[in-house]
Design a protein around this ligand. Structure first.
Ligand code: PFF
Length: 463
């Protein structure tokens, strides 16, 4: 363990894992996915995936990590299943792809902190120009990757833990404050209606597929991030309650981010909600206008602090994303941690350059691929998200369940969980988790994976 470090206590692990889960996924992509998915209908499917299907996968990932004390690829092998290494590698590749574009969006958030600090509220309407300015945004992204690498190089308990402890509660308090503010705005009710009253005609396969991908992405699941973090959990810790806390915290924060956003969208659109489905720019175009309405002084203060805290939330996620490939090369290639960190960070930053260029700067990357049957081309960054979030992560989750149930066997999974949970055997939760990993997750995630694959990339639409 000495080369890997460990969390100083149980709270350290939970906060770090929650720090990994809570990030841009909650505050940036959740609202825009809800907006694009027609509102409350998306929310319902999302909640179903998080609590019913993702939670068992989370428990399983943490259990595998704690059992083996290894990175994802090494973990399957250590349990005696050499062929399953490929699943670990799939996860590591997903992590690398996700971090490559995630870091670019983190750069946007950090850039908005600087812009709002100087009172530049017009940045909201200038979003598309801002993301095209690749030298500026590239510099922010570079700074972001540098800070991420610096924290990861300091080792697990030194960096990750300390950062999560102070910043998360501050961010939550701030979002709650903004929820109250946005509820006082004109048309707030229309926004809440859009968010909370489902229109089931919106419920298409693609909405369900996006909700599934978003659930995995937001909970940091399906790629072994929590196998890596689970490898740092003590044997006496209760994995089930830890996973429940992480899931609730993550879903809760996404939920309140939605409560904050949609009344603001309603306010800015006179209740029409037009533009709620605009995609990745949603928070970046809407929030500056709302901050401006707080007045010049308060607007600058709250606006810049919000984007600063969002950057920190992103940082605890980028740290966990980088940790996955780093743990892999430290364990498997016997490279020193410090070197491993800087090598991986450099590679991933370079892999992020096409994403950076794909927001208008380069025609080639901005219209990178046209899926079969699609009207418009998809940018490289959206393509990377479709591949990693919506395809690889749910596939990873499905395969992790299959691995636990049919290769490692539920008996061993149960034994590992029971170490820190004395009444676990025979409990309802044991029965549910076993049912989920053996039947529910493989079936539902497997089917959804196939259907979304066919639809997204090959234009086969069933409903
Ligand atoms: N869960 C993070 C977020 O919601 O922003 C993103 C993420 C982090 C995904 C770590 C996957 C991961 F392994």
């Amino acid at each position: 363990m000495s080369n890997r470090g460990s969390f100083s206590n149980k709270l350290g692990f939970i906060l770090a894992a929650a720090g990994s889960a809570v990030g841009l996924g909650n505050i940036w992509s959740f609202p825009f996915e809800v907006g694009a998915g027609g509102g409350a209908a998306f929310l319902l499917v999302y909640l179903f995936f998080c609590f019913i299907l993702c939670f068992p996968v989370m428990v399983t990932e943490i259990a595998i990590g704690r059992k083996t004390q290894l990175n994802p690829a090494g973990a399957y092998e250590a349990l005696g299943f050499k062929k399953w290494r490929i699943l670990g590698l799939l996860g590591i590749i997903s992590g690398v792809v996700i971090l490559s574009f995630y870091n670019v969006v983190a750069g946007w958030a950090f850039g908005y902190f600087i812009e709002l600090l100087s009172g530049h509220f017009e940045i909201g309407s200038q979003f598309s120009t801002f993301i095209k300015d690749v030298f500026k945004v590239g510099l922010y992204a570079m700074v972001f990757m540098f800070v991420t690498a610096f924290i990861v190089s300091k080792g697990v308990s030194g960096g990750i833990e300390r950062a999560s402890k102070i910043l998360m509660p501050t961010l939550i308090t701030m979002i709650l404050g903004l929820v109250f503010y946005s509820l006082t705005l004109d048309h707030a009710f229309e926004g809440i209606k859009f968010y909370l009253v489902p229109d089931f005609s919106e419920l298409t396969l693609s909405v369900m597929g996006n909700a599934m991908g978003q659930a995995f992405f937001s909970l940091s699941l399906g790629m072994g991030a929590l196998i890596t973090y689970g490898s740092y959990v003590g044997k006496n810790d209760n994995i089930v309650t830890s996973a429940a806390f992480i899931t609730l915290a993550d879903v809760g924060i996404a939920f309140i981010a939605g409560l904050m956003m949609f009344p603001m969208v309603a306010y800015l659109t006179d209740g029409t909600m037009e533009g709620a489905g605009q995609g990745a720019g949603l928070i970046f175009t809407v929030l500056p206008g709302a901050f401006e309405s707080l007045g010049p002084l308060l607007g600058v203060l709250i606006g810049s602090l919000f984007f600063l805290l969002l950057s920190f939330a992103a940082l605890t996620s980028t740290v966990s994303l980088l940790e996955v490939p780093v743990a892999y090369i430290v364990d498997e290639k016997k490279i020193k941690r410090n070197r491993a960190v800087w090598i991986m960070a450099t590679i991933i930053f370079v892999l992020g350059i096409p994403s950076l260029l794909s927001n208008g700067y380069s025609g080639f990357f901005s219209s990178f691929i046209t899926y079969v049957g699609a009207e418009n081309a998809t940018s490289f960054m959206d393509f990377a998200q479709n591949v990693a979030n919506d395809t690889f992560l749910p596939l990873g989750g499905c395969l992790i369940s299959i691995f636990a149930a049919y290769a490692w066997k539920t008996k061993n999974l149960n034994e590992e969980i029971a170490l820190g949970y004395p009444n676990y055997m025979g409990s309802f939760i044991q029965k549910y988790l076993n049912f989920a990993v053996t039947i529910l997750c493989p079936l539902v995630l497997g089917t959804m994976f196939l259907l979304t694959l066919l639809q997204t990339f090959f234009g086969v639409t069933l409903f």
